[in-house]
Design a protein. Structure first.
Length: 255
């Protein structure tokens, strides 16, 4: 955990040092603040694939479902065609659980959500398509915080009980981010962005256990959730307001 904090601290020191040097330079590039919303798409080819946990005749199928993410985003200009993007996001992954005990003809189903907070740090590169349209691609990493474990019960008042439990690997972890998309820039209306992104955790996010109980009998299977996601990205950056009236320009005072 200490190494993660050191890595994160070094990146942010570099970010704010760069921002300070840019603000003091003779030519500055615009910075933007905005909001983003991301539907998480359950694409098994890239994201979390459905998988089974089998243990002594007890089976559990874990299937990724639509989730979502939203938060604030800050874009720091480096050049006309490069920028650094950061912010903070709330992320909720959703999974469907299908339990079955074929020998006893028992089935059960439930949903479970896993929540974390994400602070990305990405380098963006733009391709200018016209005066108002740009294509951009970005890559970087993110620091994630997982606030809690998860647990759900099926048929809690029955003799046949299904239990699903997920325990985080750690409070903090890191992801590799990649994004590509298009944006429309308007001086008065702001910046509108649509694209796609992928997140690949460098380690699984949860240990999971699925349990079947009948009387004194207990059957437990174990596995892990990798947490890879693919999402659509919708971003909006607030337009920069221009000050009106006579502006003071720094320079020597004339006598």
């Amino acid at each position: 955990m200490r190494k993660i904090f050191n890595w994160f601290l070094i990146l942010y020191v570099l970010l704010f040092s760069s921002l300070s040097s840019f603000s003091q330079s003779r030519k500055s590039y615009p910075n933007h603040f905005g909001f983003q919303f991301r539907p998480l798409i359950p694409i098994g080819v890239v994201g979390d694939r459905p998988f089974d946990i089998n243990k002594e005749g007890f089976s559990t199928t874990v299937t990724s479902r639509f989730g979502y993410s939203y938060g604030g985003v800050v874009r720091v200009g480096i050049t006309n065609l490069m920028a650094i993007e950061t912010g903070i996001n709330y992320i909720k992954r959703s999974y469907r659980l299908d339990f079955s005990v074929p020998d006893s003809n028992l089935v059960g189903q439930n949903n479970v959500g896993m929540v974390n907070y994400d602070i990305p740090l990405n380098l963006l590169v733009y391709i200018k398509l016209s005066n108002t349209w740009f294509m951009n691609a970005s890559m970087g990493g993110s620091l994630n915080f997982y606030p809690s474990n998860v647990r759900t019960l099926i048929n809690p008042y029955s003799q046949h009980l299904f239990i699903f439990e997920g325990r985080r690997f750690a409070f903090f972890s890191n992801d590799i981010n990649a994004n590509i998309g298009f944006e429309y820039r308007s001086e008065n209306a702001g910046i509108f962005y649509i694209g796609m992104s992928g997140k690949l955790p460098i380690q699984p996010i949860y240990w999971i256990a699925s349990e079947y109980r009948f009387d004194t009998q207990r059957t437990v299977g174990f596995d892990q959730i990798d947490g890879a996601t693919v999402s659509l990205d919708f971003k909006y950056f607030i337009p920069q307001t221009q000050k009106r009236g006579v502006q003071f320009k720094p320079g020597p005072i004339e006598q």
